[in-house]
Design a binder for this molecule. Structure first.
Ligand SMILES: NC(=O)c1ccc[n+]([C@@H]2O[C@H](COP(=O)([O-])OP(=O)(O)OC[C@H]3O[C@@H](n4cnc5c(N)ncnc54)[C@H](O)[C@@H]3O)[C@@H](O)[C@H]2O)c1
Length: 306
């Protein structure tokens, strides 16, 4: 990996000597180093937006934060179960924000906050800390979630309950607290991360409570969207297909054949990379989607269309 990165970095430097190669070890060069400033629709900019993302220490949540930073966000709360990982992620994102930019670390305000989204009190504390630091929250993404594979007859009830507590109630607490704070400030955007599993039944692995939890999240978003539409708080859903994160790697490590099965069931023939979701999350979180609420965007390589 390191050799590939340095090859790409030197190729970029040859083609554009003004490009500054970032120090970060985990920067992915394809999307992180602009060779020139591309022209984009201003409504997609996250400049000036205060963001809060749950489950953001790693995986898709972390990728969403990277996409926001790449789109100009400099003020953000990284909310996750483990404080040290959340703070470490905040440090890395701060460095990323300064790459190829006039920004210095003191211009960037990205903080890591410990929170268990299954506890309403914990979510309220995370928002309180964010508001104390930044005064407002404009875009919130509820990405914290877990998956487990048990056949229905074998699934221990305490684990089912824990899954719903995180995936369903955690998304609800996150959205409710967001709207409580967004309504008085004049509005905001909330994105709940569901899954293609809200629409289809994954095979061959059994995961009934997960599928049901994601269908609940999808419908929750539509319901909340109607409740808060007139208050200018939008609630939408991003539903990824199979993406290469720790969550899926844990499953695939136990069963390498499964990867081939998943790829063969996906029309585009591959598992998604986390940054395949960057465009969709920025669209939903930014003013680019300002007349969209209660909707779902599926980014799944075509899985759900066949
Ligand atoms: N990876 C995929 O293929 C895929 C596909 C569809 C949907 N999703 C959904 O995307 C979301 C993110 O998945 P991922 O692949 O990034 O998972 P991941 O396991 O890589 O990361 C999840 C993050 O959430 C955090 N988290 C877990 N429980 C938490 C809790 N109670 N409170 C706060 N934080 C908590 C973890 O610490 C971790 O940082 C989940 O909601 C998942 O269901 C993932």
């Amino acid at each position: 990996m390191a050799a590939r990165l340095s090859l790409r970095a030197s190729a970029l430097l040859r083609s554009n000597p003004r490009v500054v190669v970032p120090r970060l070890s985990n920067v992915r060069y394809s999307s992180d180093i602009p060779t020139r400033s591309p022209k984009t629709l201003p409504a997609f900019s996250m400049e000036g937006k205060v963001c809060l993302v749950t489950g953001a220490a790693r995986g898709l949540g972390n990728e969403f934060c990277r996409a926001f930073v790449q789109s100009g966000c400099t003020t953000m709360a990284i909310v996750d179960l483990k404080e040290s990982e959340a703070k470490e992620a905040a440090k890395e994102l701060t460095e990323l924000a300064c790459v190829n930019s006039d920004l210095k670390e003191e211009d960037v305000r990205i903080i890591g906050i410990e929170c268990d989204v299954s506890s309403e009190l914990s979510v309220q504390r995370a928002y309180a800390e964010t508001l104390t630091a930044f005064g407002r929250v404009d875009s919130v993404v509820a990405s914290a979630g877990i998956v487990e594979n048990y056949a229905a007859f074998d699934y221990p009830f305490d684990r089912i309950k824990r899954l719903y507590d995180i995936n369903v109630h955690g998304a609800f607490f996150t959205a409710r607290e967001a709207a409580r704070n967004m309504i008085p400030q004049g509005g905001g955007s909330i994105v709940l991360v569901a899954s293609m599993s809200a629409n289809i039944i994954n095979i061959p692995q059994p995961q009934t409570p997960y599928n049901a939890s994601k269908a609940a999240v999808r419908h929750m978003a539509s319901s909340l969207a109607v409740e808060w539409a007139k208050k200018n708080v939008r609630v939408n859903v991003l539903s990824p297909g199979y993406m290469a994160t720790k969550l899926t790697r844990t499953i695939l490590n136990h069963d390498p054949e499964l990867k081939k099965t998943w790829e063969s069931l996906t029309p585009m023939g591959r598992i998604g990379e986390p940054d395949d979701l960057s465009g969709a999350i920025v669209y939903l979180a930014s003013d680019a989607s300002r007349f969209m609420t209660g909707s779902e965007i599926r980014v799944d390589g075509g899985y759900t269309i066949i």
